[in-house]
Design a binder for this molecule. Sequence first.
Ligand SMILES: C[S@@+](CC[C@H](N)C(=O)[O-])C[C@H]1O[C@@H](n2cnc3c(N)ncnc32)[C@H](O)[C@@H]1O
Length: 246
Amino acid sequence: MATFTDVYADKAGVLDDTSKARSNIYESRLRLLHKALVTAPDGGAADPGKIVSIGVGSGIFETLLDQRYGIRVAQSVEPSAALGARARAKGLDVVEATAQGFDYGAAPYDTIVYNGSSFGFIPDDEIVETFSRNKAALARGGRIVLTDVPAESALGIALRFIQEGSVPGRVAEEALAGTAFFNVSEHSYKPYWHEIGWYVDVLRKAGFTQFGFWQTIPENPPYHNERIEDPTPGYKSGNYVAIVAS
Ligand SMILES: C[S@@+](CC[C@H](N)C(=O)[O-])C[C@H]1O[C@@H](n2cnc3c(N)ncnc32)[C@H](O)[C@@H]1O
């Protein structure tokens, strides 16, 4: 396995706990992910087909995709043993590996998905090669789906300031109270933050040429959990964004 530090080792329950405490945000995120999985970069309908989910975490979204939409993820990949065990307990087929180290020998896949910013844990100097291997593992017309809290979003900016330690704890708690990161001390943030345009450049370098974007939860952070939202096209006003590329 590539060098990997499991930041979830002693807090494997945080994702499941947060999904219950911020159920509207998670429902909006599920709708965003579903839209990205069934939509081509040009906005037309697409069949997600054979899916691999990388950085599956505890398998929250993959379980709901099956229950709600009948979309079954063929293969899940998760480097954290603690999170992978939770996903396995929900019935998912989980390989313990990083995105960089996973053996794509069962390719071709129709969709490779990184949900919840799992690609934001891949070092910058390894990401083009990782996405290039993903491109090679996709069937003709296959798609990669990345869902993210963009660095440039209100939530992204707040998380980055807090992560840098430049915000007093009380201010951080107030700023994040309405978000999925309300449990400030329990969460682990991705170490690598970039604007959406940076990822488009990286994906181009990896061989992807067609791009589509969906976004959800445009409100300011205190109001993220107030209601369930359906995704809209674009990426410039969502606190959660999906990139679909082929
Ligand atoms: C914020 S969690 C998202 C989990 C899940 N996809 C979700 O949306 O609930 C990020 C996930 O990426 C995983 N991860 C960390 N480094 C990774 C890597 N190099 N390759 C693949 N996944 C990684 C973490 O273990 C964690 O499960």
